[in-house]
Structures are given as structure tokens and as C-alpha cells.
Design a protein around this ligand. Structure first.
Ligand SMILES: Nc1ncnc2c1ncn2[C@@H]1O[C@H](COP(=O)(O)OP(=O)(O)OP(=O)(O)O)[C@@H](O)[C@H]1O
Length: 275
């Protein structure tokens, strides 16, 4: 495939230093320190509400830490920059532009002439099997296709850092696996650092160089697991299966049963609540 990163540059390291974030009364994260090596693929896992998306928002410059510092590429984050691309569950494509023009937009934004931008966009769409859909607008594409376009566009921006918040959560299992493979293929052809949040353990094991396990409310890091298994990975491989067990145990421990009253629990479990 064509490599969209022509320039040699130092891969973008991300550093969270004693980061706490409060939203009003709500403490989302507390004293989180994390170094994400440049060019690595880090996946953040943890129960709902433990501050995973908050971490992405801080790295993206969408929010500021209440305490501590966040550095991207050696610079303290002071707001959104072109070096950081975001990919969320909903595709964020321009609805009035074709798939080709959505991707070409990333090149045009960097000053490339229109014809060349469209040509480059076509090449990249062909890499993910969408050459026949290049002239369709997002409403004419399936969810998986839209997310492929969004992924290609995100990488076309040549970001040093790509932040992904459950990007494939809305897709069916099969499409999800295809998307994960596209993501790996595209990422491996670049020097981008990826930080992804997911609730899907298989996805995490399939993709990550490093797993960061979050816990609690407020969120803190409870464990970091490096996955030194070559890709493509078989999830039934012994070392991955044992990491999976650790992840399951972590998440089970973290499920906040105490958020439910007994009556609510009885209802969830299908028992009639005693009055
Ligand atoms: N803008 C905001 N205003 C107020 N509270 C917020 C805001 N953003 C996040 N929070 C709160 O901070 C906590 C952490 O939220 P966050 O979205 O980071 O968790 P999460 O781990 O990503 O959850 P999930 O897995 O459910 O997406 C939650 O209690 C959430 O309600």
C-alpha cells in the first residue's frame, strides 16, 4: 500500500504526568501518570465511567487537566492540533461530500492541489477495498464502509497521534474484525502513535502492544500489560489466553454492583422484588 507518511519524523510520545480531572463535583481521574511510547499501539480498558474517554479528551486538547500535565510530542497540550486525529464510534464524515472528497479533504487541508488530493484519496480508498464507492456520499455507504472512509481520512491527515474511542462498537462482529485488520495494516505503514479505548477484550488482544487497565471512580491505572506477541495473532494462543483471563478477572472485580439497590438487582436478575 502507499505510505501516506513521506516525511521522516520522530514518532509522537504521549506523557500524562500526575493528571487529575474534575468535571464540577465529579472526579473523573486521579493522579494518573502514563508514558505512551511513540509509534506504539496502546489500548485502554476498564469499566464504564472510570475515565478512559476523559484521558483521550485531555490528549486531544478538548479538555484541560485540573491538576498535572499532558504532553504530546514533547509539548504540553494547549488545545486541539493538526498532529492529533480523532476517530469515534460515529463516523464524523462530511455528509455532503463523496467518500473520495472526504479523504481528499485531509490532503487539501495540507495545501495539496485538488486533482492530486483526489488521486491520493482514490489510492487510499482502493487499499481498503472502496474504489467502487469513491463517488458515494456517506448516506449511501454501510456503517463499516463509512468507518473505513473515516479511518483512511484520519491517517491521511498524517497524524502523529490517533485517538480512537470505541471506533468499531457500532459494527457487527464480522465487519469489526475486518476493520481491525484495516486499522493494523494502515497503522503499520505509518509512524503514528495510537491510543484506543475499547470494551472488547478480543479487540484489545488482537491490536495492542500495551494494555492499560483502568479502575475505579475516580479513575486510576491499576495495571499495564505489554503484549509481545507478533501479529497476526491467534487469540487461543496460550500467552494471549492467559492475559485474557487477567483482563476478565480485572473487569469482574470492577463491576460496580454497589451502584444498584437490591430491588434494582432483583429486577435485572429477573426476580420479583419483595416489597
Ligand atoms: N463533560 C463532563 N461533564 C461532567 N461529567 C463528566 C464529563 N465527562 C465525563 N464525565 C464524568 O466523568 C466520569 C468519567 O467519564 P468517562 O467518559 O471518561 O468514562 P469512561 O471510562 O470513558 O466511560 P465509558 O466506558 O462508559 O465510556 C464519568 O462519571 C462521567 O459521567
Amino acid at each position: 500500500m502507499s505510505n501516506v507518511n513521506e516525511k521522516k519524523r520522530r514518532p509522537t510520545q504521549v506523557v500524562f504526568e500526575n493528571v487529575s480531572k474534575r468535571f464540577g463535583e465529579k472526579q473523573a481521574t486521579q493522579d494518573v501518570s502514563l508514558k505512551v511510547p511513540g509509534g506504539s499501539f496502546t489500548v485502554i480498558i476498564g469499566p464504564s465511567g472510570c475515565g478512559k474517554s476523559t484521558m483521550l479528551g485531555l490528549a486531544a486538547g478538548l479538555d484541560e487537566p485540573s491538576e498535572g500535565y499532558v504532553f504530546v510530542g514533547g509539548r504540553e497540550v494547549a488545545g486541539p492540533t493538526e498532529n492529533v486525529a480523532l476517530l469515534f464510534q460515529h463516523y464524523n464524515l462530511f455528509p455532503w461530500l463523496s467518500a473520495c472528497d472526504n479523504v481528499a479533504f485531509a490532503f487539501r487541508n495540507r495545501g495539496m492541489p485538488r486533482k492530486e488530493a483526489r488521486q491520493r484519496a482514490m489510492e487510499l480508498l482502493a487499499n481498503v477495498g472502496l474504489e467502487d464507492y469513491a463517488d458515494k456520499v456517506p448516506d449511501e455507504l454501510s456503517g463499516g464502509m463509512k468507518q473505513r472512509v473515516a479511518l483512511v481520512r484520519a491517517f491521511a491527515m498524517q497524524p502523529g497521534l490517533l485517538l480512537m474511542d470505541e471506533p468499531f462498537a457500532a459494527l457487527d462482529h464480522q465487519t469489526r474484525r475486518i476493520m481491525q485488520n484495516y486499522l493494523l495494516m494502515t497503522w503499520q505503514a505509518t509512524d503514528a502513535t495510537v491510543i484506543m479505548v475499547t470494551h472488547d477484550l478480543d479487540e484489545a488482544l488482537h491490536l495492542a502492544d500495551r494494555l492499560v487497565l483502568f479502575s475505579g471512580s475516580p479513575g486510576t491505572i491499576s495495571e499495564i500489560i505489554d503484549i509481545d506477541v507478533p501479529r497476526p495473532r491467534r487469540l487461543d494462543e496460550v500467552s494471549l489466553a492467559s492475559i485474557r483471563q487477567r483482563l476478565e478477572a480485572h473487569l469482574e472485580k470492577e463491576v460496580a454492583y454497589d451502584e444498584f439497590t437490591e430491588a434494582e438487582l432483583a429486577q435485572v436478575m429477573g426476580f420479583a422484588a419483595q416489597s
